[in-house]
Ligand binder design. Structure first.
Ligand SMILES: [Zn+2]
Ligand SMILES: [Zn+2]
Length: 196
């Protein structure tokens, strides 16, 4: 088997194990180093080799680079076992039910993007000049970061697909009927395009 095909197979396996299609080079190598060493025992530069193969996979549009510091996302979501994320959702909901949605999104999200989303988009809900807000103990406003196109529908885990919403409108974006969801999606797309 070629290096590229082997690395791709391992990426899919890694994402299925972690329940997230976003991963960092560091965690990927940590999880798979022994497997790569077994694959080509004579290779002395595994990290460089894997990094190169990830670039080839990007050129083939099989994965995307989220930044220049080794964060990737697997593009074909159909490659993920559907129950992988499901299981995590259920486990998390047992711990803190009211934060289920939020935590699941945080889990699959690149933290750097989320920070940047708040810096660029601000800390007020983007839904129709909504003024729904409150302050946290540390003096900052509470705001939730939301994927405009959900990851499960092929949305990217990057700044261009992120938005900020208050808790109420965030729930609306997830649990509203089809018409509500569509109109929020459109509205957020326009708002974000205006700002970035
Ligand atoms: Zn959301
Ligand atoms: Zn709102």
């Amino acid at each position: 088997m070629k290096w590229k095909d082997f690395v791709y197979q391992q990426v899919i396996d890694h994402c299925n194990n972690s329940g997230s299609r976003t991963f960092s080079l560091q965690e990927f190598l940590r999880a798979k180093l022994q497997i790569f060493l077994n694959f080509r025992p004579d290779n002395k530069h595994i990290e460089a080799k894997v990094r190169q193969q990830l670039q080839f996979l990007r050129d083939d549009k099989l994965i995307s680079f989220l930044d220049n510091s080794g964060h990737y996302t697997l593009r074909g979501i159909d490659l993920l076992a559907p129950e992988a994320e499901e299981t995590k959702t259920i486990d998390l909901s047992k711990e803190i039910p009211e934060k289920r949605e939020y935590i699941v999104e945080t889990y699959v999200r690149n933290v750097a993007w989320s920070k940047q989303a708040k810096e660029i988009l601000g800390d007020m809900c983007l839904y129709n000049n909504c003024t729904n807000t409150f302050f946290r103990e540390d003096g900052t406003r509470y705001i939730e970061v939301h994927h405009i196109i959900p990851l499960c529908r092929g949305g990217e885990d990057g700044i261009w697909n992120l938005s900020v919403l208050c808790a109420h409108h965030h729930k609306m974006a997830h649990y509203g009927d089809a018409r509500t969801k569509n109109s929020i999606e459109k509205l957020l797309h326009n708002e974000v395009r205006r700002r970035i």
